[in-house]
Design a protein. Structure first.
Length: 548
């Protein structure tokens, strides 16, 4: 995976080492929060949520493999796995090293390996290998010998090559029921052995024994807490007691389990994806999290066959077309011929000319006769009672960066597509015909500046579109063609979701969706054109189109 190499990752490349950054989190006066992650994907999600560090949890890494938190994953499987996490995120990772996977010698090898895979530090707990999770059969859990465990800490500290690598000693005396005195004795011994911080763990639902420990400990070394069981404790109570680090230890895995169980059950029951698809994370979000942007850019740089930007198309061709008399009784207007070729075929040929290799056509009226070379189809059975936005929503899983969205009834000169592609950015870019400024036509567009006809380096931005723009205010008419970049896909998906939530998806036009996008403050870009296209709505248009 190459996620972290994403050029748009705000914290990549990290200029300060992971070890140093983790050390700062542990030693600074303000509290720090580490969020659990168990693989590269969840590590990336933790970083994007704004956390400053990651807890690579032994419990959740094990569970994500379907095995128990009893050292059923080998230490090298853990360190391999951690490598994916450090690669996927730019924030430091504190690795749950269980008991160190053996004696002092295993600990030395662990520390060296973790340094090499880019971890910021490791926590080891004073139990025996193979360990058991602290919340299972806790009273029966044997503790390590204090001196032996101190030796393990010393060996770890002596073997680190980066002076900032953090070793946290975890005291399990409260978990095993040995009491506060034992916990303090052990914490002190591990502190003297060189531990950078003490993790004091508890399985009680009240923080009382933890607070008692903190009071006695008196800040001799930084303290790390894992409030999984005493989760009701207000964070302010940790802050006022000068806790250094709080670990939210397993909540992403648990959130994932709930969502996966519900989704699996639903698909099994319904034998269909219809209800699930709008609810689950869209595929483009998966690709974004994987850092596909970076790969695409690299392909353009290094692969001769991939130099042109990837292009696909979604063409909306569901409506019947009203003003054609008998002409559309058997043939939807997208299939009417202009100079011997169906409008749709011309359109897809124009797109193919610029490298479009995948086209999805949304059919509706007389879907049976809509068939053109190289297209794939999705059918809008409700075409008579729904509009453009609904048709688009049927193809929304295909909305990816580099998608052209077009009405199926436009005939245009190729240079319009070229102009659009040359200007297309990461957001939404659409073509507006400025010769129709002031015309009383649908899809009127208002922009932040009129078409001056002069070459300008500055972007023209859409300020309003559709019925909300009077003819007098309009700077032109949108021709029914737009390009989506990576952000543009998210913006349009967001608008579809908003329309769905408002209950108006069925009757909205694409211009209504774009109005929603603009209302959210997204900078929709406009490329002006001057004529050279026809939206075929009646026989006169059809005649005009043959001159294009
Ligand atoms: C982990 O997350 O694996 C931990 C914390 O070690 S606990 O599960 O509470 O032991
Ligand atoms: Mg653990």
């Amino acid at each position: 995976m190459s996620m972290s190499r994403s050029p748009d990752s705000p914290s990549w490349p990290p200029t300060v080492r992971a070890t140093t950054r983790l050390r700062r989190l542990v030693t600074r006066p303000e509290i720090a929060f580490l969020m659990e992650a168990h693989d590269g994907l969840s590590a990336r999600i933790v970083e994007e949520a704004g956390f400053e560090g990651i807890w690579a949890s032994g419990l959740t890494m094990s569970a994500s493999f379907g095995v128990r938190d009893n050292n059923e994953l080998s230490w090298s499987q853990v360190t391999d796995h951690v490598a994916f996490m450090t690669e996927a995120s730019a924030i430091p990772v504190l690795v749950d090293g269980d008991t160190g996977y053996g004696n002092f010698n295993n600990m030395r090898r662990l520390v060296r390996k973790l340094e090499r895979v880019g971890a910021g530090g490791v926590t080891i707990e004073d139990k025996l290998f193979p360990k058991t999770n602290s919340f299972l059969r806790a009273e029966r859990q044997p503790l390590a010998d204090i001196e032996e465990f101190g030796g393990k800490i010393k060996a770890g500290k002596d073997s680190q090559t980066d002076p900032d690598f953090v070793i946290v000693a975890r005291v399990e005396a409260l978990i095993a029921g040995w009491g506060l005195g034992e916990a303090l004795k052990r914490a002190e011994a591990y502190h003297l052995a060189g531990a950078d911080a003490i993790l004091i763990h508890s399985r009680q639902s009240s923080p009382a024994e933890i607070f008692a420990f903190l009071a006695e400990w008196g800040g001799r070394a930084p303290v790390v807490l894992v409030p999984t069981k005493y989760w009701r404790t207000p964070t302010e109570d940790f802050r006022t007691r000068n806790v250094s680090v709080v670990v939210w230890a397993n909540h992403l895995l648990r959130a994932g389990i709930s969502a996966m169980q519900a989704t699996a059950r639903q698909i099994a029951e319904q034998e269909s994806l219809i209800e699930v698809e709008p609810v689950v994370a869209p595929l483009h979000e998966v690709f974004r999290l994987q850092g596909d942007d970076e790969l695409e850019a690299a392909e353009r740089r290094y692969l001769p066959t991939a130099r042109g930007p990837a292009l696909s198309a979604i063409v909306l061709a569901a409506s019947a077309g009203a003003d054609f008399g008998g002409l559309t009784a058997e043939t939807p207007k997208a299939m009417l011929k202009v100079q011997g070729r169906p409008i749709l075929t011309r359109l897809l040929d124009d797109f193919a000319h610029f490298g479009c290799r995948s086209a999805l056509v949304v059919r509706g009226y007389r879907a049976d006769v809509v068939e053109v070379p190289g297209a794939r189809y999705v059918d809008n059975a409700d075409f008579a009672t729904t509009g453009e936005a609904y048709s688009l929503s049927l193809g929304q899983t295909e909305l990816v960066a580099g998608t052209l969205v077009a009405f199926g009834d436009i005939v245009m000169k190729r240079h319009i597509v070229q102009a659009l592609l040359e200007e297309a950015g990461p957001g939404i870019t659409l073509v507006v015909d400025s010769l129709l400024a002031g015309a009383d036509q649908p899809d009127r567009a208002r922009c932040d500046r009129a078409d001056t006809g002069r070459f300008s380096f500055e972007d023209v931005v859409l300020t309003a579109i559709g019925d909300g723009v009077s003819a007098a205010q309009s700077h032109g008419v949108w021709i029914g063609l737009l390009h989506l970049g990576n952000d543009g896909v998210s913006w349009l998906m967001e608008a579809l979701d908003d329309a769905r939530a408002a209950g108006t998806l069925a009757r909205e036009r694409l211009s209504d969706l774009l109005t929603r996008v603009v209302a959210r403050g997204r900078p929709v870009r406009v490329v002006y054109t001057r004529g050279g296209w026809v939206n075929v709505n009646n026989i006169a248009d059809l005649v005009e189109a043959s001159g294009i």
